[in-house]
Each structure stands twice: as C-alpha cells, then as structure tokens.
Design a protein around this ligand. Structure first.
Ligand code: FES
Length: 200
C-alpha cells in the first residue's frame, strides 16, 4: 500500500517533469519563430483599403455583395431627398445627432448626414454595443420594435436602433453612433474605403 502510494507519487512527478520539459522545449522552439515572423501577404491584404463601385446602387438599398474591410461588413447606401429630409428634421430621439463623439467618424463625416456626399452613406455595419450586424429596415412604416419607425437599422441582438445616417437612438444599449470608416471618392461612383484622401 505504501509502495503503491510512493509509486503513484513518483509517477505524478515523472509526468510533471515531462510536462515542464515539454513546455520549456515549446518556448525554446518558439523563440526563433517569433524572431523571424513577418505578416503574411494575406494578413496585409486583410487590412488593405478596398475600392467599390456605386454606379449600380439602387435607392434605399445596401450595396451587394456586401463589401468587407478589415473583416468588417461595410454598409453603402444611396439615399434620396426624402431620406435626407427626414435625417435633417427628425433628431429628437437621437443620442448624438451632431456626431460630437469624434472617434466614430472622420472629420469630413462630422455633419448631419455623416458622409462626404449626402446621397451616399458609408458605414461599418457593426453595432456599437457588442458587434452584431444591424439589419436594414429602410421603409417608413410601423415596426414591432418602434411604431413610429422612420427607416433605419435595427440590431436584433439587444434592440439597438440607428437612423439612416447610423445615428444611435437614445435609451438603447448601443452607446454610440455607427462608425464611418475613412474613405474618399476617386470619381463620382468609385470610393476607396480604408484611406483618407490626404493619405492616399
Ligand atoms: S449588439 Fe447590437 S444591441 Fe447588442
């Protein structure tokens, strides 16, 4: 019985020693790997700017297939005069209608439409609460989540709402407006996303 206990202890020690040696060996092997690591072409491409063509973008729809930049969906939408008028007049329920939280957009998008050109919306399509992708409900019509819905984005995860400029409603879990990524126009229809004009 005593022998058995000793043997068990010895076995545990041997197993522990082997594990430690294995771990040290692992670290030793990792050093030269870390020292020589360079980002792969794929990793570089994942953060690279993207170019999109908006020429076939219909009014009130999101550009599809949905572009992705840095692994994030990018919402691009063409807005008509009625939408722009509602964005100008319907602001009482918004938490940050003038985009005063400056981290959420570049300076050239700090305006009521949160865009360079009012008719084109460019937005990172991730909720600023916990990162779900909000859904577009473009029409002005009563919704279960808001009987006075004026068109916008609804995040089904926890009920956050945003207007068609990505401005967050008051009283919802999302703390800030949706993010406008850096971008600039190459011509009337082509946009580069991921760079400002001055850094292009
Ligand atoms: S992730 Fe959108 S409301 Fe929570």
């Amino acid at each position: 019985m005593i022998d058995g206990t000793v043997n068990k202890s010895r076995r545990r020690f041997l197993i522990g020693s082997t594990s430690v040696v294995g771990a040290v060996g692992g670290v030793g092997a990792a050093v030269p790997f870390v020292g020589s690591w360079k980002p792969s072409a794929k990793a570089l491409a994942a953060g690279a700017p993207i170019t999109i063509d908006t020429s076939r973008l219909e009014l009130g729809e999101l550009l599809g297939p949905m572009p992705a930049w840095r692994g994030q969906p990018i919402f691009v939408m063409r807005r008509d005069e009625q939408i722009l008028e509602r964005l100008s007049s319907n602001i009482d329920h918004l938490a940050d209608p003038a985009s005063e939280k400056t981290d959420q957009q570049p300076p050239y998008a700090q305006n009521e439409f949160r865009s360079i050109r009012p008719e084109i919306m460019v937005m990172v399509g991730l909720c600023t609460h916990l990162g779900c992708s909000p859904q577009l409900f473009a029409e002005v019509e009563p919704q279960d989540f808001d009987p006075n819905w004026q068109g916008g984005f609804f995040c089904p995860c926890h009920g956050s709402m945003f207007d068609l400029a990505g401005r967050v409603f008051t009283g919802v879990p999302a703390p800030t407006n949706l993010v406008v990524p850096p971008h600039y126009y190459v011509n009337d229809e082509v946009i580069v996303i991921g760079l400002d004009a001055e850094n292009s």
